[in-house]
Design a protein around this ligand. Structure first.
Ligand code: 5AD
Ligand code: SF4
Length: 475
């Protein structure tokens, strides 16, 4: 910490302002720790997607700098819930958790409770919390995660619930502390927000408009990560294929990838999520050219019915999607394809659903996330008539899941007997004589090994496919 940051003048520029507040909050936390006779602890609970998981690493980085010890259990001094709102059940879980924290807060009033993330960007949620969950100390959203130090400082000083929410913003604050979950792999945000407005989706409302990080910032973060032992990065964005459109000097995602694969020491690059409408021939060519780019593409189809896709505002139809899949497979033959599918979108008929089944049959996904349509207040689909009855949706969901699993099992077995490079991620949870690693196509492999192998890339013979994973042996 430099002295100029500690001048009484509160810096207006970021991130200097946050480093200033980190120092102040650190003093408060140290005082409380001294009073308690032990270090203060914090627990960050994450709901939702990879984007949220990465945000939680940033929250932990700041909390540790302030002096909290991060723990995995919710008996901590400071509880933060990083929420998701993509489907209603994510919200229900958060309310359930808040309800059960009421008695804890009565018994231990010093415990601090904070809520952040996507759900907090919805005004009706914040209203409910203000009315029914007064024991919450701090609420902030998706646009001001970088401000955590300043907000914690306020929450430690103020009696009232601190609520700090920002509407859409262009601001991207760089160079704040991060506490990574894995030493050898890391997510890297390349863009924030989404401009697509699929008619069922709340994300554009809670994450704001698309903003791309500057390529030089992304590259220097990746170089720093590699120096720190990272061999695999996952480039994160709601729609990575439209990266760079709003930069001062526009560039394409394929051009960014080409620069990233040149970083010495970086062994693997992944990315998600790809919107089919923006997936360019240029990107397919770059994927084919560089083996460092993982042979995996997550390509959400959402529905196989061209009629439904139009109402979903997806900007492609069934034939265009299937043609795209063919083009990708022709250029990168062994690629794994995964997808997201929604069942029971308003007005979905049996015929529409059978089109979805047909796409699953034809593509042969390595795996697919299947979701029951969830009505999100404020989205165009929420006010559509002809919502599909629950029992019909449930029946379709079960049929879809069975087909997805059958095709995935068939597809996953295609590498049996081959030797593949695996990045070892940890000791196997069931059997500690085994380690668990991931092939570049994202399939898991378990094989004999020990902790010294964690983080290294090793060649493994895929002896036997067990459905969605392999048992292997080192070669
Ligand atoms: N209902 C169900 N699933 C949804 N998704 C997004 N919005 C909804 C919704 N309202 C799914 C989409 C998306 C994934 C992240 O979540 O399939 O790709
Ligand atoms: Fe991620 Fe979307 Fe959920 Fe937010 S609402 S956590 S962006 S899945």
């Amino acid at each position: 910490m430099t002295n100029e940051i500690l001048t009484p003048q509160i810096p207006e520029e970021e991130p200097a302002r946050q480093y200033y507040y980190m120092e102040l909050a650190k003093q408060l936390v140290a005082e409380r720790a001294e009073k308690a006779g032990r270090p203060l602890t914090c627990c960050v609970t994450t709901f939702g997607c990879q984007m949220n998981a990465r945000d939680s690493e940033k929250l932990k980085g700041i909390l540790e700098t302030i002096g909290y010890q991060c723990v995995e259990t919710e008996d901590a001094d400071f509880l933060i819930y990083n929420t998701c709102t993509v489907r209603e059940n994510a919200n229900v879980r958060v309310y359930g958790r808040l309800g059960s924290l009421k008695s804890l807060k009565r018994k231990e009033p010093e415990t601090m409770i904070a809520l952040c993330g996507c759900m907090m960007q919805e005004p009706h949620v914040v209203d409910t919390i203000r009315r029914k969950y007064k024991h919450v100390d701090l609420i902030f959203g998706t646009h001001n995660i970088y401000k955590l130090a300043e907000l914690v400082f306020r929450a430690l000083n103020e009696e009232e619930m601190v609520v700090d929410l920002q509407e859409n913003t262009d601001l991207i604050v760089e160079n704040l502390p991060v506490d990574r979950k894995y030493s050898f792999k890391s997510g890297v945000n390349i863009m924030f927000g989404c401009n697509n407005f699929c008619s069922y989706c709340i994300v554009p409302y809670v994450r704001g408009r698309e903003r791309s990080r500057k390529p030089e910032e992304i590259l220097s973060e990746i170089r720093r990560l590699v120096e720190d032992g990272v061999v695999e990065v996952m480039l994160l964005g709601q729609n990575v294929n439209s990266y760079g459109k709003n930069l001062e000097t526009p560039m394409t995602f394929a051009q960014l990838l080409e620069q990233i694969v040149q970083v010495p020491g970086l062994e693997r690059v992944r990315f998600m999520t790809s919107h089919p409408k923006d997936l360019s021939d240029e990107l397919i060519a770059v994927m084919a050219k560089y083996p460092k780019i993982c042979r995996h593409l997550h390509l959400p189809v959402q529905s196989g019915s061209s009629r439904i896709l139009k109402i979903m505002n997806r900007h492609y139809d069934k034939e265009q999607y299937l043609t795209l899949v063919e083009k990708i497979r022709a250029a990168v033959p062994d690629i794994s394809l995964t997808t997201d599918i929604i069942v029971g979108f308003p007005g979905e008929t049996e015929e529409d659903f059978l089109e979805t089944m047909d796409v699953v049959e034809k593509v042969g996904y390595d795996s697919a996330f299947t979701f029951i349509y969830s009505k999100r207040t404020g989205t165009p689909a929420a006010s559509m008539e002809n919502q599909v009855p629950e029992d019909v949706v449930k029946d379709r969901f079960d049929r879809l899941l069975a087909l997805v699993q059958k095709r995935a099992r068939e597809r996953s077995a295609r590498f049996e007997g081959q030797v593949k490079t695996v990045l070892v991620e940890g000791i196997n949870e069931q059997d500690d004589s085994l380690v668990t690693g991931r092939m570049d196509n994202n399939i898991l492999v378990h094989f004999p090994g020990d902790a010294s192998m964690i983080g290294s890339l090793v060649d493994v013979k895929l002896d036997c496919c067990k459905g969605f994973y392999y048992l292997g042996s080192r070669v």
